[in-house]
Write a protein that binds this ligand. Structure first.
Ligand code: CA
Length: 449
């Protein structure tokens, strides 16, 4: 029998066995892609080489962009950490379910965290037979009901709070307090941190991929770098000795450590010969914190915490070797919400019946569908204290009795407020916001600060 016939028989047998064993089956015929979702923390729009950074060097992330598609106008759903992650993992505007502020770090609390009625992308993929892992920062509630192990992740290595000191043992610039010194845990058990946290997270990510090369997997790799505190090994800092600003060589080194990790992970996928079966998403959770003078959101205005572009527009890449055109740039606005919809569709998984706000991007990336995936994108912070929307070329940032209106097609830096010149447009866009706002609920808790 010719070799290809035998192979076909094996495939047919695998399909049959897979059907018998249901969605739990892991078979050679299962060609649904793996997913690796890499998130960085507070990395600015310009803090990647492929957006022209002169200070930070990210050769591996740049290679990902060159080998995949980068989004020129990619948005997250919130200008800071926890709410943006709630939107990312559920594919829904987090204001629909009250996750509009950061949760306090309360390990015994049963109320403050990603509401347990919400379904995460890990839940969906696990239900479809994927093995799932979260590595790194969680920040969706530190109490027992919100633990990653109860939110669809088979494995968890990382920490439950919003940030963490990067070295074992006390250091002079450590952030004090329980949250930033809490134990690193592995599936609920505390582990001793041996080395630099970013490297440890990369190690765990590589280990997970190696162990699960033979079945569909979902890896959520959430680096806390380059979020404060600014801490990096001296060896890495020396790479950036010429960078101006007291903390900025450290900041650049922290991103460099992430970049090294991305490089190792991509290389691992290649060696295991599963790179062509793996979709990698890379994005930052919100804009750079420029108050500390090292992050860079240029040419965008504003920073983390603000609704200007610098707070919510982030570097975002998707790579799938052999399936997505290498080196493309997608210009229309997309959202971090789209990752849920895209991954669920590729996995053939059926999300829950609740409204999903993201769009499956694949038809747009393959050219099957034309135009912009989203007509309008919305933001609301602190129960409506701040709000904004993007509608076509227009961006409106709500203000009492009017708003700041920008034409992002001609003014991406939001320098020329057209609000006073175009009151009827401001009114029309405000109407869109009000209509969206009607489906939302008040925040379930306040920011801890
Ligand atoms: Ca963040």
């Amino acid at each position: 029998m010719a070799r290809h016939s035998i192979k076909r028989l094996i495939v047919a047998a695998s399909v049959f066995l897979g059907a018998v064993a249901g969605s739990e089956a892991a078979s050679a015929a299962d060609r649904r892609p793996n997913f690796v979702l890499i998130v960085t923390d507070d990395q600015g729009y310009a803090d990647v080489g492929f957006h022209g950074s002169k200070r930070v060097r990210t050769p591996h992330i740049d290679a990902l962009a060159r080998g995949g598609v980068r989004f020129a106008q990619a948005y997250v759903t919130h200008p800071y950490c926890s709410p943006t992650r709630a939107g990312l993992l559920t594919g829904r505007y987090q204001q629909r379910f009250g996750h509009e502020n950061n949760p306090a770090y309360l390990p015994e609390n049963h109320e403050i965290g990603l509401p347990v009625g919400e379904v995460t992308i890990a839940d969906v993929l696990k239900g479809a037979g994927y093995v799932t892992a979260a590595v790194g920062k969680w920040h969706l509630g530190a109490g027992p009901p919100f633990h990653p192990g109860r939110r669809g992740f088979d494995e968890f290595f990382g920490f439950l709070g919003g940030g963490r000191n990067y070295f074992p043992g006390a250091r002079h610039n450590d952030v004090e307090g329980e949250e930033y010194s809490a134990a690193i845990e592995h599936n609920g058990e505390p582990v001793e941190l041996d080395g630099y946290l970013t490297h440890e997270l990369s190690d765990r990510a590589v280990d997970f991929v190696r162990r699960h090369r033979d079945r569909p997997f979902f890896l959520y790799l959430a680096y806390n770098a380059p979020h404060t505190p600014y801490q990096a090994p001296k060896r890495l800092q020396r790479r950036f000795a010429g960078v101006a600003g007291e903390d900025c060589p450290t900041y650049a080194a922290m991103i460099s450590a992430v970049d090294d990790g991305v490089g190792r992970l991509v290389e691992t996928l290649r060696r295991l010969e599963i790179d062509r079966h793996t979709v990698i998403f890379f994005l930052s959770d919100n804009g750079g914190q420029t108050l500390y003078e090292c992050a860079d959101n240029r040419p965008l205005r504003g920073r983390k915490g603000q609704l200007y572009e610098g707070g919510v527009r982030v570097p975002f890449v998707v790579a799938w070797p052999g399936r997505l055109a290498a080196g493309d740039t997608f210009d229309a606005p997309v959202s971090s919400l789209d990752i849920f919809a895209t991954a669920a569709a590729l996995a053939g998984a059926v999300p829950s019946a609740r409204p999903i706000d993201g769009i499956d991007l694949m038809p747009f990336l393959t050219g099957e569908r034309q135009g912009a995936p989203h007509e309008t994108l919305f933001w609301r912070v602190s129960g409506g204290h701040g709000w904004a929307l993007r509608h076509g070329r227009w961006k409106l940032i709500g203000r009492r009795g009017g708003g700041e209106l920008y034409d992002l097609e001609t003014d991406a830096g939001e320098t020329h407020n057209l609000g006073a010149e175009r009151p009827e447009l401001v009114q029309q866009l405000t109407g869109l916001y009000r209509s969206w706002n009607r489906d939302l609920v008040p925040p379930l808790w306040r920011n801890p600060s």
